[in-house]
Design a protein around this ligand. Sequence first.
Ligand code: ADP
Ligand code: ZN
Ligand code: ZN
Length: 817
Amino acid sequence: MNYFIDVIVPIPIQNLFTYSVNKDEALFLKPGMRVTVPFGKSKVYTAIVFSVHSQEPGSYKTKEIEQILDEKPIVTELQIQHWQWMASYYMCTLGEVLRAAVSKAFLLESETIIALNNTIEIDDALLNDDELLIVEALQLQKELRIQEVQDIVNKKAVFTMLHRLVDQKIIVSKEEVVEQYKPKMVKFVQIHSNFSLPEGLQKLLEQLATAKKQKEVVMHYFTMSSKSKQPIQLKELQQLSNVSDSVIKALENKGVLEIYELRKDRIDFDGEEIQAIKNLSEPQQKAFLEIKEHWKSKPVTLLHGITSSGKTEIYVKLIEEVLKNGRQVLYMLPEIALTTQLINRLKLYFGDKIAVYHSKYSTNERVEVWQNVLNQKEKAQLVIGARSSMFLPFQNLGLVIVDEEHEPSYKQYSPSPRYHARDAAIVLANLHKANVMLGSATPALETYYNAQNHKYGLVSLTKRFGDVKLPDIELINLRDSYHKKQMQGHFSKQLLEAIKKALSENEQVLLFQNRRGFSPTVECLTCGNSPQCPNCDVSLTYHQHKRQLRCHYCGYHIAMQEACMACGSSHLDTKGLGTEQIETELKSIFPDKNIARMDQDTTRGKHAYEKLIEGLEQGEIDIMVGTQMLAKGLDFRNVSLVGVMNADNLLNYPDFRALERSFQLLLQVSGRAGRTSKQGKVFIQSFNPKHPILQQVVSQNYEEMYNMQTVERFDFKYPPYYRLIKITVKDRKFIKMQTAATWLGASLRNVFKENILGPEQPPVGRIRNEYITNLLVKIPGNQSVKKSKEIIRKIERSFLSIKDFRSVKLTIDVDNY
Ligand code: ADP
Ligand code: ZN
Ligand code: ZN
């Protein structure tokens, strides 16, 4: 009998590949193990075994595998099932899912370039001869190709050895050598071991007899270390002894103190330091019980709780129970870099059971977490991570929490798989028979819709914890303010006075200025009018190179106006107002205040983001101007005032979700104000304060927003009533792109009739020299999504068989929002 294995190769090919193995290999191999396989003329890939069988493929002659890399699977069977679901649901290949799911460090291939991991010391004694040769070669040459490795050790089969070196953190693959993510470091201090014994200490104190301040630091150090076994933070020691940097420096120079740095989110905790979990308040306890009641019949429950209502403490209780039963917990967050605050809070409760996982972490760290989760290690019982964390090899998942489930960053737009991590995590949980907790103060419309329709359980928290009041939100009519000449720059009189008052009371101010996207709408600076499409309910988008105003939905377009169509003023603004401009104005109004800006430009550098957050936390910054980065779950105790410079450009954004997103963003930004006993104040400036969304923000009325928006979604055929699949057509030649898109549009319309939109050119019609156009397939509730996808696939296959379209690229994005 002949034996074969089907493998997933990490490239975007539609099918599994079959290789031949011998009987022993067939008996040894299991799904989820890695093998290296020859591919094409000269390539070698690390692939994942999908199945072992004896069915020879008819269509091609199988090659033999090169090597088996694992003793036991590194990918679980449930994961492979989950990947299959992803490939089928998101219309991509298993290879693409594999690439997204598994770190490159597990998947060395012939094209990989390896280098030494410079962050660790290598113990030569632990290496065998071949490994030593490679390490020495890398010390001389910095990097090696696989071919060169093969030449050096004079063997073809090198992947097992290389993976072993990767696992031991001795080498890294070149793609990942550059670590973009610089985690926050915290300085710790210890006393040199010479002085830690009583005699040593005695001597030291004598030595410092004349240096009173230095002596005090040492005394405080010993008091602190006798109280707790935790490492001592430099900042705390310094504050406690109330000395300047130079005193510390002097002690360091004398060799008395040693200062070292640890990454903040990786600081180990001693078991004994763990805090007791808080007792829930009455409303929290009620919610907690309701959640568990829902789970009896529905695996997914939405916790709709206003900002600061104590959702996190409820999660903590739920996590505690699941961990106690020996099951794993996945806690997903929209963006991990923004959440050291939360991680530190959870560490107080769960100590070393927490593992943090993020695509920006180094390979080594990710490989370590992967192994710990796979082996159900104690220190990876609770995994906190951004969207990619749901790819970890959970063995026994009991609970998935998706915090801030409405956040757009759960969706991966590019590259494929274009998945939504909340939705994919629900499927994952289902495979594990685990429960899912979705949490938000402003749930996504689709999620709330599912809860309203009893697909998900729904639990609400309507009061802030400890009776802290919700911020008071007030709208300012910019039209009036301009008219009455009460504006100073872009600041209304009310907002400016409120800023002055807050600063005089030593409170901090956040100012929010959205500058999203590159598709400005036109806005009249005199009357606030912004031209709308006559056929659709959206603002027209300004296309600079054509000097046109266009509608993205129906294609309507007019020439750019010289004067406002409403009031005739020629004061038209197309750029929208930027954060930088606001910052400049503030600096001239408040020359002696500390003003900072948080946006993509200012958070690029190392630690830049953390520095800004820390600056705010420690009161160094008086006013912070920022984009929506400010909205994300941050918790600042001393911010009493939030200002939104201009709400209109949010509302005018041409997208069917613009109004929902505006509501979410404005309410979340508002939630940053006054999280302690004093009620926060929020001012929202707008030319159009009567806009229903702004009214709903002021009354903080999610339900009303939901009811109004769902009617619109129904009328205009959008989710949650219709599913959307976006097909993008790209080519370097405009004509070819257009011909291809027209062909595709016609074929789709043949089947889907009026439920096809486009082809419609996006606002940026050319990126990296490729012309782009989009088609949107709308799938009504009573039409099978699965069948619709099959039809799209069929049309795609016909498309691909047309010679003329060979260069044209198609991408399919399921749930493209
Ligand atoms: P949310 O996640 O809904 O924004 P949090 O869980 O962060 O709310 O709670 C807001 C604040 O109230 C936090 O400072 C938290 O420590 C505190 N808090 C919440 N629940 C309790 C509780 N049961 N006991 C003590 N403090 C609590
Ligand atoms: Zn006007
Ligand atoms: Zn239109």
